[in-house]
Design a binder for this molecule. Structure first.
Ligand SMILES: Cc1ncc(COP(=O)(O)O)c(C=O)c1O
Length: 265
């Protein structure tokens, strides 16, 4: 079951979760999208009341905080992605599951290595998902820099927001309870394709994450969702635009980008 988003944070709308819970529901799966933590307290409360697990998708939010606590530490388990474009990127594909539960840890360890318990004994069918040693070595070094890189992203976001406030552009909303790590700096604009084309002419690359929502993906056609089912999600899919965001962006670059965005909005 997909649940619509809060149009301000782009994360799961916690007021709409309960009505989506059925007798078959086993877990709640919030995504900390764009580096912004989902509103965890209401979700944890619902999970407790309905005897559900919480599994976090923290792929875009390593180091982000919700009420002073790091994402990936709230649920039964959480996943992180180290795809090269992520805040903590490997030099190829990599990822991580974290958990405080020994049984989950044991299962994940089995599954990542073809269900292997020991050299020649397989307890289950699994996957070939071992973390490549070269990637692990790269990530081990880069991990130390993650807090500084995240802080730089936050500073860049602050400057964008200062420069873009008072225009027709909707800037990211960061609720009091959280500290985003700005995997993406996402604005909302009405004529997005036009804005994107004009920025491209100025040499500014932008991205759309994501133009086709999950519930309307061909892969999920079998679930029977029709356009209009999740209106806040669908509106966001039409309006969101990611501006350049990485730690090394200079204030001059941000000023230039913001000035062009302003000129075209
Ligand atoms: C929110 C989110 N979840 C999951 C994934 C999947 O991660 P990976 O490609 O490392 O499997 C990604 C990124 O691709 C993501 O952004």
């Amino acid at each position: 079951m997909f649940v619509d988003i809060d149009p301000r944070t782009y994360n799961i709308d916690v007021t709409k979760v309960e009505r989506a819970i059925t007798a078959r529901t086993k877990a709640l799966l919030p995504v900390h999208l764009y580096g912004q933590p989902a509103d965890m307290d209401p979700l944890l409360g619902l999970a407790e009341r309905h005897h559900l697990q919480v599994i976090e998708d923290a792929a875009q939010a390593p180091g982000a905080e919700y009420k002073g606590q790091k994402t990936g530490t709230f649920g039964k388990a959480a996943c992180f992605s180290f795809y090269p474009a992520k805040n903590l990127g490997a030099y190829g594909d990599a990822g991580m599951v974290v958990t405080n539960d020994d049984q989950v840890a044991q299962k994940v360890r089995l599954w990542r290595d073809h269900g292997r318990e020991s050299k020649y004994v397989h307890l289950a069918e699994g996957f070939g998902k071992r973390l490549d040693t070269i990637q692990a070595a790269v990530l081990r070094v880069k991990l130390r820099r993650l807090p500084a890189w995240n802080a730089q992203r936050r500073q860049n976001a602050l400057l964008y927001t200062q420069l873009l406030s008072g225009t027709g552009v909707v800037c990211p909303y960061e609720p009091e309870y959280s500290r985003s790590v700005y995997h993406q700096y996402v604005i909302r604009v009405r004529e997005r394709e036009k804005m994107q084309a004009r920025l491209k002419e100025d040499g500014i690359s932008t991205g759309v994450y994501y133009p086709l929502p999950l519930h309307l993906q061909p892969a999920y056609a079998r679930l029977g969702y029709q356009p209009g089912a999740l209106p806040a999600t669908e509106k966001a899919a039409e309006e969101v635009l990611s501006l350049p965001m990485y730690p090394e962006l200079t204030p001059e670059q941000i000023e230039f980008i913001a000035s062009r965005v302003k000129a075209y909005s």
